[in-house]
Design a protein around this ligand. Sequence first.
Ligand SMILES: Cc1cc2nc3c(=O)[nH]c(=O)nc-3n(C[C@H](O)[C@H](O)[C@H](O)COP(=O)(O)OP(=O)(O)OC[C@H]3O[C@@H](n4cnc5c(N)ncnc54)[C@H](O)[C@@H]3O)c2cc1C
Length: 422
Amino acid sequence: MTRFSAWNVFRNGLSGQKGWDRQWRDVEPKADYDVVIVGGGIHGLATAYYLAKKHGLKNIAVLEKGWIGGGNAGRNTTIVRSNYFRPGNREFYEHSLKLWENLSHDLNYNVMFSQRGHVSLLHSPGAVDAAARGYNTLRLTGSDAEIWGLEELKQEIPHLNYAANARFPILGAAVQRRAGTARHDAVVWGYARAADQLGVDIIQNCEVLGVRRDQGRITGLDTSRGAIGGSKIGFSVAGNTSRLWDMAGLGTLPIESHKLQAFVTEPLKPLLDHVVVFGVGGTHFYISQSDKGGMVFGGDLDWYKSYAQRGNLPIVQDVSECALSILPCLGRVRLLRHWSGVCDMSMDGSHFICKTPLDNLYLNAGWNYGGFKAGPGAGWFFADLIANDRPHEIVAEHDLKRFERGYNIDERGAGPDPKLHG
Ligand SMILES: Cc1cc2nc3c(=O)[nH]c(=O)nc-3n(C[C@H](O)[C@H](O)[C@H](O)COP(=O)(O)OP(=O)(O)OC[C@H]3O[C@@H](n4cnc5c(N)ncnc54)[C@H](O)[C@@H]3O)c2cc1C
């Protein structure tokens, strides 16, 4: 595989770009693997990569029913941050952010990680106090966090709606400067290319249709490309987790599949060089500007359960209203596209990286609508679980039995309602 380097870019510039290899092989599935990961999103591919790179496993396959990155990995608003507060979550997301910070070098692939800062607007003295408490916790535990007053915020982002008579006047912001955005498909391709180089078989157009069981173990997977066996199986299928769980005959899960939409406008000249979050009084809105100039934004879930990768019109109205509340200058900008992904919403808003009732089945799920930033960390900890057959202490509480233990990991304090967690 030709490495990406200044020298190779220069050399190929002189030779008609003919010296580059395929980014990953297109292989026929083998009958048997040591580890089979179902799901070719960022999580599945990152897991395969760390299994090969960190744990030295050789015989690994990633099965993807469509094309890699065709699920939520390629549909999200690409916000990466680590401003989580609950024990376990805090360490997990900080670890993931650190992996992001070196990812382009590690993968030898430019994932366009842009640490432009994540700015959560604050609209009441109570919100400022609560943010100060939470963000101080981040600083005390080795992450970065700042509270900006109004003057500092105006200097950094002058064109927000600072009207004193706005429905929700802006008082300041909670900021994580190391947070930002990345190019989602580049991350998927980068992990795929790096995993392939380590011998991982990435098998696209390979849908798992059935799970064969013998008592407490999975003996094989029936797929659209034939039967495939694996000594260890990992499910990493985001919004389709309940379907795979059902195929394995395991009953119900504390997960619901909800849709989340994202939106992009026509390209504009540079307007916003931060990620800005507006969430008060039932609103939830986040916006950034892509490298191509489009304003990329999103809001709340569609409020009903579905496996369809398309969304409804009321949310279009909702996010447009939010956009104009904080950035009235967007009023005449045209919306170019909007789309949806299927999110695996858990009952407390936190994830599962855990063993399951079946000996050789491992679960990575419950990412709600925050699993893009988690991708490198989830791959790292899921690989660690599969390789060592025990959870790392940072994800030890993130199992399916935590609800039986009464240990909810509920960042927002929203209660056991999946559609209220984000
Ligand atoms: C609109 C939107 C905006 C979001 N914004 C953000 C954000 O700004 N920041 C953030 O951190 N997170 C965000 N998220 C969440 C994030 O995208 C997801 O949590 C994360 O991508 C999920 O992990 P994944 O990438 O592995 O999932 P996916 O990319 O969905 O991967 C799962 C794969 O499994 C495959 N699959 C399913 N069933 C089968 C089967 N039977 N056989 C074989 N393969 C199968 C699917 O085709 C899919 O490719 C957003 C999500 C959406 C939808």
